[in-house]
Design a protein around this ligand. Structure first.
Ligand SMILES: [Zn+2]
Length: 185
C-alpha cells in the first residue's frame, strides 16, 4: 500500500530544464539515489546519503530502503516525473484550498481551476499564477518532480542542504510538498 509521497520540485519554472537522465545522474552524484530496483527499473533505490538529505521527524521511523519481493512497493524509493511541457498541478486528499499570494486568504476549490490563465482571488481580486499560490506543502505545481514514495505527510522533510544541492542543477530555489492519495488530473 502506498502511504503517500514527498515531492521535490523547482519553485519557479526555468525556461530550460535538464533531461531526465541528467536529473538522475545528479541525484546519484549526491548519494540521494543509487541503482534502480532489480524488479522495477523506474524505482530508484535510496543512496548512501539519503538519510542525511531527508530528515525523518519524531521517533525512529519504520523505514525500509529496499524491496522485499518483486511486488513490494511499500518501501521507500524515488521516481522522476517530467520534464513536462507545461506546469502540472498535483494534489491529493491532504490538499487544502491554496492561499492567495497577495492577501493570504484561502481560495476555495483553487485546485479545480483551469490554470491556462491566472486564478483571480475572490477576496482581493489579485490574480495568482499557478506558481504564486501557497499550498502549504500539500500540493504543488512544476514541470519536473522528484518523488519519494511511502512518506506520510509531515513524516520527513528534505534538508536545506538537499534543496540547495538541487538548485545547483536548476538555478533557483527548490520546494517540496506532500501528497496523500493523489487525485487524477
Ligand atoms: Zn487575495
Amino acid at each position: 500500500m502506498n502511504n503517500g509521497k514527498l515531492l521535490l520540485h523547482p519553485a519557479s519554472t526555468p525556461s530550460e530544464l535538464p533531461a531526465r537522465r541528467q536529473l538522475a545522474e545528479h541525484l546519484n552524484a549526491l548519494g540521494a539515489t543509487q541503482a534502480p530496483s532489480p524488479y522495477h527499473p523506474e524505482q530508484l533505490l535510496p543512496g548512501e546519503r539519503f538519510l542525511r538529505l531527508v530528515t525523518f521527524m519524531g521517533c525512529s521511523p519504520h523505514i525500509r530502503l529496499e524491496p522485499e519481493s518483486p511486488d513490494d512497493d511499500g518501501y521507500c524509493y524515488l521516481t522522476l516525473c517530467g520534464p513536462h511541457p507545461s506546469p502540472l498541478l498535483r494534489h491529493g486528499s491532504n490538499t487544502r484550498p491554496p492561499l492567495c499570494h497577495h492577501c493570504r486568504k484561502p481560495i476555495v476549490n483553487g485546485q479545480h481551476h483551469d490554470f491556462s490563465g491566472a486564478l483571480p482571488c475572490p477576496k482581493c481580486g489579485e490574480r495568482n499564477t499557478l506558481e504564486q499560490l501557497d499550498w502549504k506543502h500539500n500540493a504543488g505545481a512544476a514541470r519536473l518532480f522528484v518523488e519519494i514514495h511511502n512518506i506520510f505527510p509531515g513524516e520527513a522533510i528534505p534538508t536545506p542542504e538537499f534543496l540547495n544541492d538541487m538548485s545547483r542543477l536548476i538555478r533557483g530555489r527548490w520546494d517540496y510538498f506532500f501528497l496523500l492519495q493523489e487525485s487524477d488530473g
